[in-house]
Design a protein around this ligand. Sequence first.
Ligand SMILES: Cc1cc2nc3c(=O)[nH]c(=O)nc-3n(C[C@H](O)[C@H](O)[C@H](O)COP(=O)(O)O)c2cc1C
Length: 323
Amino acid sequence: MSIGLAPMEGLIDHPLREILTAQGGYDYCVTEFIRVVDQLLPEHVFLRSCPELRQGGKTLTGTQVHVQLLGSDLSAMADNACRAIELGAPAISLNFGCPAKGTNLRQGGAVLLKEPDRIYQIVNAVKNALPVNTLLTAKMRLGYEDDSLAMDNALAIEAAGANNLTVHARTKKQGYKPPAHWHLIKPIADTLNIPVIANGDIFTVHDYHACKLASGCEHVMLGRGAVSVPDLAKQICDETHTPLTWPQVQALLLNYLQQLLLVTAEKYAVARFKQWLNYLAKDFAEAQVCFDEVKRFKQSIQVTQYFSKANSQPLEINPHPPG
Ligand SMILES: Cc1cc2nc3c(=O)[nH]c(=O)nc-3n(C[C@H](O)[C@H](O)[C@H](O)COP(=O)(O)O)c2cc1C
């Protein structure tokens, strides 16, 4: 059994990867996608998405960070995959799931799922260019408009030489609309010889077991659930683990702000902080109370002052939260 921390562009950045993987339970994580057009990208682009390349391609607590590429130009994808490996990436992940309109118009992401042969060519071009034994992974949705080509795409990815395949159990058309169709991963997992990793809508330990049963997959990847419940992977793989309390989560959150301030402008740091707080509000009632106050702040000092004040007096939690 393995648990991966999903790539999430604009959400799971380097500081958040450090914090989430430090909670334990993750076997690897994946960077936000790096867009490849038609040329070799400069080193700083890789280092911006994956600063962990400076520390051997691992987080500080030793979790491998796979570098994700998105694109369809065969030689550019191959060249950039090799560059990422030269820079120290332990593995390459290829993105065949991004639903963004602009990305799809430029022949990247989920739109490629309409053409299994093209997916084969991309994976194969990267595989052939990489040093032997380099871990090459792919991540796909069930399809674009519908799931009729799901098996063809999965077989193409395997035949082209990927070492494993993550399947987000929705089509592009389904966006993020619940539910994730875990049972539609099962025929793929039953047919492929490479490991298939189930992804989509695992928000609790119960969801993990339900997904495992429906998809037949031992391996899962956690996205939004990992952001809402920072120790979800640990909860899944260690029954004896006591879930984090709000004060513990709050300490992680404030640490996130400090880490962000070291690497980005204050307004972005505060925006990212608020974004995580909002995700945490899905699971922690206290986070919702804090978010309602903090959402109007623009400066980090306002945030830290609010939290030190909130900690000196108990938060008033609405006993009847909306929804
Ligand atoms: C904000 C956001 C950004 C995402 N960015 C990426 C990305 O860069 N690469 C990718 O393969 N998937 C990306 N995804 C998809 C997730 O990795 C995952 O497949 C999806 O959220 C379903 O899993 P979940 O229900 O556990 O979140 C993104 C999803 C969201 C919500």
